[in-house]
Each structure stands twice: as structure tokens, then as C-alpha cells.
Ligand binder design. Sequence first.
Ligand code: CO
Ligand code: CO
Ligand code: CO
Length: 316
Amino acid sequence: METDPNLLVGRETSDDAGVYKLRDDLALIQTLDFFTPIVNDPYRFGQIAAVNALSDIYAMGGQPLTAMNIVCFPKKTLDKSVLKEILKGGLQKIHEAGALLVGGHSVDDVELKYGLSITGIVHPDKIMTNAGARPGDHLILTKPIGTGIIATALKAKSASLEAEEAMISMMIQSNRSAAEAMQDIGAHGCTDITGFGLLGHSLEMATASKCGMTLYASRVPIIPYALKYAQMGLVPGGTHANRNFCHHSLNVDSGVSTYMLDILSDAQTSGGLLISIAQDRSSLLLKKLHERGLSEAVIIGEISGDSKDPFITVLP
Ligand code: CO
Ligand code: CO
Ligand code: CO
């Protein structure tokens, strides 16, 4: 493992991004993410990929400055106009974030992939890691979950237009205002919900913070139809892998259905922030989040106390 006094966040705690201190009042945040398309529309795929990549900067409490594109493109089988639309969507979200596109790299590949590397800054005292949760904290989730399941239904041509639109509008919604509200009110810890699902990223937070955690399944906001598609078995492989990975660290109440566990484990793209905040400040943060249009932000659980063996209790 890398050790350096200026390396404030490295790989040890499975956090969202690396953080390197430049000066006492300035640290650099770096992150990288890319993946295959999850929607058919190239412009919106570009938007989703950019919002997803920017999210790791926001999850660390930072401000994005510059972006670089990473492109794998099958130039023999796809028209160049598709790539143009993807990059246009990405650029729109980079600009919306107040950041600049400064470069990138593309290779010829059989499968299309797009993503970005983002560089941001943060004051070293304002860094939000996943290791900061404290016993007694409330856990706030800022966006509904279920994108992996709906994307799977979409691929199986079983998704309703309403579910597809709900999923896309969720994925292109930036975590910027949530992060700003979190910094205004002051939170203890944060991470964003992506590939390891709500349970996987919660477990990372519990482990890094050396705490236990209680989640209330019925409080977790879910994108319309995701529960129905989970019941139909439209669950991506990554979601089952997440469930198996978390299995030994979970204490699941018998009142929580298997479908609900699928949803809670569902691999997300461009998910919301999971924020750990002192109990007496959580209602103030919720109010701020709702004022900023994040109407589905809600308290989904709490940090249940120190635990030698990190675990999550899932209650109905
Ligand atoms: Co992340
Ligand atoms: Co990431
Ligand atoms: Co190059």
C-alpha cells in the first residue's frame, strides 16, 4: 500500500476517490469511472456517465475542476455520430458542474465504453470520507435505488416507459446540490451508491468507520416498478454477486423479503449520496435537501454503535 504524509485518502478504506494534500488549505481529489451503455440514447448515456463520474468528487465533499474523457469505440460497427452524441451529453454535464473538459483518450474496441476521469479540490478539513460515521448518527439516502434492475428489464424489453424515464431522470440528476447541503449543515461521513449497491456501500462505510449499522428496508426509496421487476426475476448478475458478498456481514430480519434484498443489493449507476450525520442535525439536512428539489431524500437507518465485526442489521 502507498504511504505518504500527504496522501489523505488512499485505497485502504475503499473510498470514492483518492485525496492528496497540496497545502494545508488545499487537497486534490482524483477519480475515474467508465462503463458500457445502460440506455439506448447516446446523448443521455453521455450525461449519465459524466454525472456518475462527478459524483465521486461530490461524495468526498469536493468541487470538480477538470475532466478527461475515456472512450472505447467500435469504429467498424458504429457510426461516428453516436460517439459525437455521447461526448456532447458528457460535456453538457461537465459544464453544468462548473468544470472544464481538458482532454481524453480513445481506443478502438469491440464493445462501446465511455467514462471520465475527474479532478477536484477540497479543503483538507472538509473531506467527507466513508470512515467518518459515528455511533448514533442518522443515515440519509438522497436518491431512490433500483437502476440495475430497471436497466435489466429494459434489456429484456420488459420495462415500461414510465420506469425507464424515472430511471434516466434519476441517473442524470447531479449530486452537487446534495453535497453542498451536506457541507452547509456539516456531516460526519459520506459515500455515493454505485456498483456495490446500497448494502455493499453501506458495508464499506460500516467497515471503514468501525461501526455497526441498522437499515429499515421499508424506508428506502425505490424507483417505480423496480420491486415488480425484481419479483419477475429481472435482476442483474452484479446484484446477486453483491448480495453474496455482503451475506456474512448481514443480519436480516425474517420480515424482509428476498426481492427487497435484491433491491437493497442492486448495482446502481449514478446513485445518490449516503450521508452519515449527527441525529440532532439530520432533520435540518433533510429540510435543505427537500428545498433543493431532492424530494425523495430520507432517513433510512442509523449507525448502531461500535462493532469489532462490522455488520448491518436489516429490519422491515
Ligand atoms: Co463512489
Ligand atoms: Co466510482
Ligand atoms: Co492519448
